[in-house]
Design a binder for this molecule. Sequence first.
Ligand code: ADP
Ligand code: ZN
Ligand code: MG
Length: 475
Amino acid sequence: MFETVIGLEVHVQLNTETKLFCSCPTSFAEHQNRNTCPTCLALPGALPVANRDAIVKAMRFGYAVNGKVNVVSYFDRKSYFYPDSPSAYQITQLYRPVVESGELYIDLKGGGRKRVGISQAHLEADAGKSIHDGDISKVDLNRAGTPLMEIVSSPDMRSADEAVAYLKKLHSTVRYLDISDANMQEGSFRCDVNISIRPEGQSEFGTRVEIKNINSFKFVASAIEYEVQRQIEAYEDGIYREEVIQETRLFDVNRGVTKSMRGKEEASDYRYFPDPDLRAVVATEEMIEEAKDIPELPDQKIERYITKLGIKRYDAEVVSSQKELANFFEDMLKSGASPKIAINWLTTELLGRLKRASLDIINSPISSSKLAQLVIKIERGKISGKGAKDILDVLMDRDEDIDTLIDSMGLAQVSDDGAILKLIDEVLEENRSKVDEYRGGKEKLFGFFVGQVMKRSRGSANPKKVNELLKQKLS
Ligand code: ADP
Ligand code: ZN
Ligand code: MG
């Protein structure tokens, strides 16, 4: 039996207005090379100046993951030549990063939680993009110098499930902190996966392989599964040393396999040294204070939902996993819905409908206040659960007033004691002998009376009320 060991390096694009070392905008530009200046084009003599906002955002991440934040940090040069990196080096942080340690907790599938260590998080400048167009290649430097935070985990994960759980937790955390939009398709949350195997019981790690730039949670899982299998087979065939070497591989999405890209460089290949153009970053008291201003994070929300609102852990986890979803839920509460029924209608009914329509909570056609209104109607017995579902179906297509819909769809539920008692009296009057049998001990007849009352109301009576009042009447 083998144990899988996984460590992840995630590049998060920080959502600052301007680039890491110049004042060019980070926003989308119509034209290639529009968002550039002498600094991000690396023209001789242009000097970089570090972006305060990027530093505060990286520090905020450090505090949020309970890490050691360096008040003084440095930038280093990592030398390599790429056509889309005009300076022939990348400015990054090796020796003294902004964040030196940290931790995230993941929820395990079979229940329970696990700590995953973060060994560092540092700032670095992104490269530009090469565009291959027939037999010519072009370089677009709009992205050159965009701030990235690279978050390096410890090799603490033991399965594809754990790796994906870590990535999801990290993803939601940076979004809660509002330091990145973390859009995977657009590349603002990119992930390199390091994988090794070792026979169970062996204390040293095996040789690790790095798989670069995977852009979806699903592909992370498939890449890991394929690579683990490849390494195990090599081990079992006695060709582990030849086949599993420290290298960088790429995941071929179409074929579901990993392929060798290049040998893994050693740190010495990069000739790292402190960037002489940049001074040490020294965070001021003000920056520290701003960085420590952290909103409620998923773990804290989950605990609060469970202990203060009486919600089940699973539901609390689902709703907290996405900032917009948690906000939607909390807005429903502000509109007066009660927590348990609100979360139920949000997670099962609304999310189910959104999923079927390929929509997300962000573009839900039904607002939080609308769903809250509907939930309140159910709580007050104005409509049945079934009626509310019919209304939700309509609201998915068009926005309408809920009261108007209740009228036009004939969904009003009678919860008024007087009206229901009248029906009950009629039913009991017509079925005197059955009433006697019931009172004589034939309790099974209770369901019959309920059925009769419901029938007489043409389904509009509140069944809970009917039950209550019948019990009283018959006792
Ligand atoms: P480097 O400096 O060569 O990039 P690091 O020590 O920074 O190496 O590790 C890079 C990533 O690889 C980290 O996420 C780490 O957890 C992971 N890693 C290190 N060793 C192993 C291993 N044997 N198996 C799996 N992952 C590993
Ligand atoms: Zn610039
Ligand atoms: Mg590394």
